[in-house]
Design a protein around this ligand. Structure first.
Ligand SMILES: Nc1ncnc2c1ncn2[C@@H]1O[C@H](COP(=O)(O)OP(=O)(O)O)[C@@H](O)[C@H]1O
Ligand SMILES: [Mg+2]
Length: 761
């Protein structure tokens, strides 16, 4: 019944896929509370409608926040330490920051005016309370709207308890909800005098709990309304020993869930319990792999799933409706049953095994043509990847499994821009393996690799320690890769001689070991290092070699994108601008298709420098702006290398000189706001005219009369004085001034003078 077919960006509010009923008072309460305080928690039992109210409220008040709202869904998160990472992600920060993610989040939010929604906090109350408290103290424009079964207990928290939907003798919102959902089962359903008493009785029995009502409605598929009510009455009479007293709310819902559970076939029940091992959304392939077995063979999975969707236990979602998820209350119920069946350990193990398999295949076939597809599949299952890692780290004796899973995911963190999270996991592995063993060496290597991109000096130490251990173990692949990442750290630090030495050693070891992934990443880095030290011919040559190694028809994205990028910068430095642009555009298209934000940042920078070099300064600044959010909070634009930074600054300076600061700021902000598709279209296709906004203002756009008014106003005359001077009405002057401010893009008359002289000069 529930179809969420819209793919969202992280942090965006979902589109509502089922009708919304009532709650006007609650929405007003939340709305007013948010006017008065910056921390509002919507509380109430599971299934009462907290999430729906929070999302509705957010949509309603969004306009009050200059930077809108950002939704953080927490039901899929288990590890409270990852809360700041998750928030950073929802805010669109690329995590390229070596500082703790909480700092990056704070820095980002400090200047912002935004409503942060923390949905489903009850299992992370302490972490959410701490985060909210910090946000309230360290920012001035951020408000928090939380939903939780219990208050977070933050000083200043305003609590909005949510009661179920009202049921009255003649109807009420609960009845309205029942009628809406009943129409999904039977489009002709209406509440009329003949059936009203039954519907009211049923809603009353269910205490107006929305989730309970939704689940009960499903029975209309098999029962007429009067029988549905009669059976529900029986059911509750049993529970209350015939008394008319109501059950506590959570027990009402529980009864409704149990009732719904009984309606399920045995296979559906089994699937319901097994599906509870997933943290986030899942697709058929994942279900088949993890949940099939015993009395639920693979070929019966689909039918059982359809049954659960029909009963509103599982909801469809995803761009094409091919993914599914369960509401938290229903997942918890499933988890209890899984434990009762004694299947938990086995299912956790199979869940882990699936993600290990996906990660290992991704790593083993990293350079294969389907890299992008495999990466995207992993990215969609991020909550479950985390869960699988956590499981291995928490289960006794599974440290090596945790090392294997995180170890295989090394390219995943880079492409996803999850540098900080990747290093968080590698730090756990190095803690578990203090000795000189391969697990430690590999975790150090990959942590160093991620750290190098963040321009974190610790990366160098990590790479050095990795090399020491690997040499001691005589493990050529780790020894070679360790040196590859050592080379990168040194390159970014511009210690060229040492970098070159590390590269030479790495090359020899990796060739002997036949490690193609290591070799081709090294070739990319050598190209980059040589371009920095001015050996441009050599840089081009080594990139050629890398591309040949990947193969002419390769559809690989990550390394190939960087090889084209390095080719592009080397050509830029040789003054071969057309060829440079072609390489940069190719690289950008590849990185965009892959979804590699950091990679795109590099390419956009190069294309911006080229545009600036051609005198297309508007395009240049706009592209730099588009790159900004990709580095945002990264503290390591362009890996922090000074030569690259110099190119960046040159482009900025030239644009300032040509366009003035105001226009540059305008363009840069506009570039930063645009969707990536548009950015790539402009950067690779040169449709500058269509995409780049016209200046908000230019003097020649002022009419002659407006210009006159503007000059007088900038001399400090009042509107009345101007009216007298020009012999026109004061009203006309008012209107002129409004248009002038808009055209010049300045907020007040006090700034007209400065803006005019800037435009003239
Ligand atoms: N006002 C409402 N109108 C329509 N459906 C609702 C309403 N409130 C809750 N529901 C439905 O009831 C179920 C539980 O609501 P939810 O907001 O997820 O509860 P909670 O967050 O309190 O656990 C969902 O399927 C939701 O769509
Ligand atoms: Mg909820």
């Amino acid at each position: 019944m529930t179809l969420a077919l819209v793919r969202r960006r992280p942090g965006e509010l979902p589109v509502e896929v089922t009708g919304f009923v009532g709650r006007n008072k609650e929405l007003t309460r939340v709305d007013e509370a948010l006017r008065q305080t910056r921390m509002v928690t919507v509380t109430g039992p599971g299934g009462v409608g907290k999430t729906r109210i929070a999302l509705r409220s957010a949509a309603r008040v969004a306009g009050r926040y200059a930077h809108g709202v950002c939704l953080v869904e927490l039901s899929e998160l288990r590890d409270p330490e990852l809360l700041p990472h998750t928030v950073a992600n929802c805010l669109g920060l690329p995590e390229g920051d070596p500082r703790p993610p909480l700092d990056a989040v704070l820095d980002h939010l400090r200047e912002r005016n935004l409503l942060l929604i923390l949905d489903t906090c009850e299992h992370l109350v302490d972490a959410c309370a701490m985060l909210s408290d910090i946000l309230l103290h360290e920012t001035t424009g951020v408000s928090v709207l939380a939903t939780s079964r219990q208050p977070l207990d933050v000083p200043g928290e305003h609590i909005c308890p949510i009661a179920p939907l009202p049921v009255r003798a003649n109807g009420g919102d609960a009845v309205e909800l029942f009628a809406q959902r009943a129409r999904a089962v039977d489009p002709a359903f209406t509440v009329h005098d003949g059936n009203r008493a039954d519907v009211v009785a049923l809603c009353r029995r269910l205490d107006g709990m929305p989730l309970a009502i939704e689940l009960a409605t499903v029975r209309l598929r098999v029962l007429p309304l009067d029988q549905l009510v009669a059976r529900l009455e029986d059911r509750f009479r049993l529970l209350t020993g015939g008394r008319r007293t109501a059950l506590p709310r959570h027990q009402t819902l529980r009864t409704a869930i149990e009732w719904s559970h009984e309606l399920c076939s045995e296979q559906e029940q089994l699937l319901w319990s097994r599906l509870s091992v997933f943290a986030g959304s899942f697709d058929i392939a994942a279900i088949e792999e993890v949940c099939a077995g015993g009395p639920l063979p693979r070929e019966d999975i689909l039918e059982a799933l359809v049954g659960l969707v029909d009963k509103s236990v599982v909801q469809r979602e995803g761009a094409d409706g091919s993914r599914y998820r369960m509401l938290d209350t229903l997942r918890e119920y499933g988890a209890e049953h899984l434990a009762l069946r004694g299947e938990q350990a086995q299912l956790r193990e199979r869940h882990y095994a699936r993600y290990l398999r996906l990660a290992e295949e991704f790593d083993r076939h990293f350079l294969a043509d389907d890299q992008i597809k495999r990466y995207r599949a992993l990215r969609e299952q991020h909550p479950d990847i985390r869960l699988a890692i956590e499981y291995a780290l928490a289960a006794p004796g599974k440290d090596s499994e945790a090392a294997a899973l995180t170890g295989s995911l090394w390219p995943y963190w880079h492409i996803a821009g999850l540098h900080t999270e990747g290093r968080y996991w590698y730090a756990k592995i190095t803690d578990r393996f203090p000795g000189a063993v391969r697990e430690r060496a590999w975790a150090l290597a990959q942590s160093a690799y991620l750290g190098a991109f963040q321009a974190d000096p610790r990366a160098l130490d990590e790479a050095e320690e990795c090399v020491r251990i690997a040499d001691h173990l005589d493990d050529p692949v780790v020894a070679g890769r360790g040196r590859v990442y050592l080379n990168l750290s040194l390159t970014f630090m511009e210690r060229h001689e040492e970098a070159a030495r590390a590269a030479e050693e790495a090359y020899r070891i990796l060739e002997e070991a036949g490690d193609v992934v290591g070799l081709v990443t090294l070739e990319t880095q050598i190209g980059y290092m040589q371009h920095l030290s001015g050996q441009l011919d050599e840089a081009l040559e080594v990139c050629e070699r890398g591309l040949r190694r990947l193969g002419e028809d390769s559809k690989e994205g990550w390394v190939r994108g960087y090889l084209h990028f390095v080719t592009g910068v080397a050509r830029f430095r040789r003054g071969e601008y057309e060829q440079s642009r072609a390489s940069g555009a190719t690289a950008l298209r590849i990185k965009h298709e892959l979804g590699d934000g950091v990679g795109m940042g590099y390419c956009l920078e190069l294309l911006a420098w080229l545009a600036g070099h051609d005198g297309r300064h508007e395009e240049a600044v706009w592209l730099l702006g588009a790159a900004d959010p990709l580095w945002a909070g990264a503290g390591a634009r362009l890996g922090g290398t000074s030569l690259m930074e110099e190119f960046h600054q040159n482009a900025v300076r030239a644009a300032h000189a040509a366009l003035g600061e105001q226009r540059c700021a305008e363009l840069r902000a506009d570039g930063a706001r645009r969707p990536q598709d548009e950015v790539v279209a402009l950067a690779t296709g040169r449709q500058a005219k269509e995409v780049i906004p016209a200046p908000r203002s230019q003097t020649h756009e002022l009419t002659r009369r407006e210009h006159e008014v503007a000059l007088l106003a900038s001399e400090g005359l009042s509107n009345r004085e101007i009216a007298e001077r020009l012999v026109i009405s004061k009203r006309t002057v008012d209107a002129h001034l409004e248009r002038i401010l808009a055209k010049l893009g300045v907020p007040s008359r006090g700034e007209i003078a400065a803006r005019l002289s800037e435009l003239d000069g």
